[in-house]
Design a protein around this ligand. Structure first.
Ligand SMILES: Nc1ncnc2c1ncn2[C@@H]1O[C@H](COP(=O)(O)OP(=O)(O)O)[C@@H](O)[C@H]1O
Ligand code: SF4
Ligand SMILES: [Mg+2]
Length: 451
């Protein structure tokens, strides 16, 4: 049995309307039937566009949101059915590291107080002296000086604050840590350090992680298994290497095709799949295959009516697509969208240079400790540069073209390219996370609920 098993987990938020009496007029199908297993000592990476339900799924594991249907089994115990008091005790074993380190740390508490809070709630340490010693040891492990104890969150850099968030989880000796976008709010240079720290801690302490990210590059090197989410469901799951070597689901293919490859020879041959259409609303998901409105291989009738199961297609892949084998073999042709050559035009050989992120690396306590172990991370700004450049180029062409209609189409497509696979849809992520951050701030004020 795996350490953590989710089976058919659904979280549907009611949409209420009415002044006097709340009427439920619909539901947001934020998580709509997710089954996955996380093995002890391993990392499960969960990726997908902003709004696809990653945070809600993470929060459902800790029962910070009500589970509409399904089970969450930790070490043989179904958390979905646990009474409140027992669930509170189980929360020690499941900890969360949040995206916004500042928002999740109470500004009025010093670090000792923040880190002691959960320990007190769970009866860890016989007195404050003992707790302080343990906190000092953990601060050392996460690369912070012990004089951090008396300081306040605003006195630290973003990367350091995330180290405090990780320390807060570690002092409770959890079985599983759910890291929700742990580096999205950090500078690129600091992102690699925090990811490397998580890896080192895992090796040393045998931790089990679920790492949530909208950026494929973030989860690539840290994950043993990766699950790709689209509109509340998993569309593909595979060992990390297999997924990156050969993605099988059309959505994963499109996401991957947007990530530049460091090898120039491979990069020159890279083809980019451009999706059509916007991400549908989770309050009104498409019938049949949820991806059929944007899928370049969608087949009439079946894809629009029959929802594909996540099925094993060999090579370690589980894929929710009726036609995964035919797409892989090339038997099925594109029905919409476009595959274009993603040349290195406009990409600097060293893409981290000349980027604002690289120019202003954050002053982190351990800034010099490790070089970036996640090379793909460095390509992120370059990717944006290519996309932006293509958009401008297409817009220019649209302005001067002999066939305005055709050129307009190109501009639209380029704009889509900018918006479509959007693993870097930061604005939306910010919006979605504002609500979460305020919950977290609340949570840190209410320790008995938060821990
Ligand atoms: N408490 C809530 N009430 C209603 N809708 C919510 C709530 N929390 C999240 N949602 C909605 O559920 C969907 C999934 O959100 P979220 O889990 O935050 O996605 P992600 O983390 O992948 O960006 C979004 O459409 C979001 O607006
Ligand atoms: S089932 Fe159809 S619409 Fe869905 S991913 Fe496969 S080909 Fe595309
Ligand atoms: Mg989120």
């Amino acid at each position: 049995m795996s350490l953590l098993e989710l089976d058919g987990v659904k979280v549907h938020f009611p949409i209420k309307k009415g002044l006097l009496f709340d009427r439920t007029v619909g539901h947001v199908y934020a998580v709509d039937g997710v089954s996955l297993k996380v093995e002890a000592g391993e990392t499960y990476g969960l990726v997908g566009e902003s709004g696809c339900g990653k945070t809600t799924l993470g929060r459902s594991v800790l029962r910070l949101v009500d589970i509409t249907e399904g089970s969450v089994v930790l070490d043989g115990t179904d958390l979905a059915k646990l009474p409140g008091e027992e669930m509170r005790r189980f929360r020690r074993r499941l900890q969360m590291v949040f995206q916004d380190p500042l928002g999740s740390l109470n500004p009025r508490q010093n670090i000792e107080s923040i880190l002691s809070e959960g320990m007190i709630a769970h009866g860890i340490g016989k007195d404050q002296e003992e707790r302080r010693e343990k906190i000092k040891a953990i601060l050392d492990k996460v690369g912070l000086p012990s004089n951090a104890l008396a300081r306040y969150p605003h006195e630290f850099s973003g990367g350091q604050r995330q180290r405090i968030g990780i320390a807060r989880a570690l002092v409770l000796e959890p079985d599983v840590i759910i890291c929700d976008e742990p580096v999205s709010a950090l500078d690129v240079s600091v992102q690699a350090q925090v990811i490397n720290l998580l890896e080192e801690l895992q090796e040393e302490l045998g931790l089990t992680y679920v790492v949530i990210a909208h950026d494929l590059a973030v989860v690539r090197h840290i994950s043993d298994t990766i699950g790709v989410m689209y509109l509340g469901s998993l569309v593909e799951e595979a060992p990390s290497d297999a997924l990156y070597a050969e993605p099988k689901h059309p959505y994963t293919k499109a996401l991957m095709s947007a990530v530049p490859v460091p090898d120039p020879e491979v990069e020159d041959k890279r083809e980019r799949i451009l999706l059509t259409g916007d991400l549908p609303s989770p309050a009104n998901p498409p019938s049949g295959c949820r991806f059929h409105t944007r899928c370049p291989w969608a087949q009439a009738e079946r894809c629009a009516t029959e929802r594909p199961e996540l099925r094993d297609i060999g090579g370690g892949h589980r894929v929710a697509c009726h036609y995964a084998e035919d797409i892989a073999s090339g038997k099925l042709r594109l029905t919409k969208g476009e595959v274009v050559s993603a040349t290195r035009e406009g990409v600097e050989d060293n893409p981290t240079e000349d980027t604002p992120e690289a120019e202003a690396p954050e002053a982190d306590a351990s800034a010099a400790e490790t070089p970036a172990k996640i090379p793909a991370q460095a390509e992120k700004p370059a990717e944006k540069a290519v996309v932006a450049e293509k958009a401008v180029e297409a817009e220019d062409k649209a302005a001067t073209a002999e066939e305005p209609a055709k050129a307009e189409g190109k501009a639209e497509k380029a704009a889509e390219a900018k918006a479509s696979p959007k693993p870097e849809a930061a604005d939306e992520a910010d919006e979605a996370d504002e609500a979460v951050a305020s919950d977290e701030a609340k949570a840190s004020e209410e320790p008995e609920k938060a821990v």
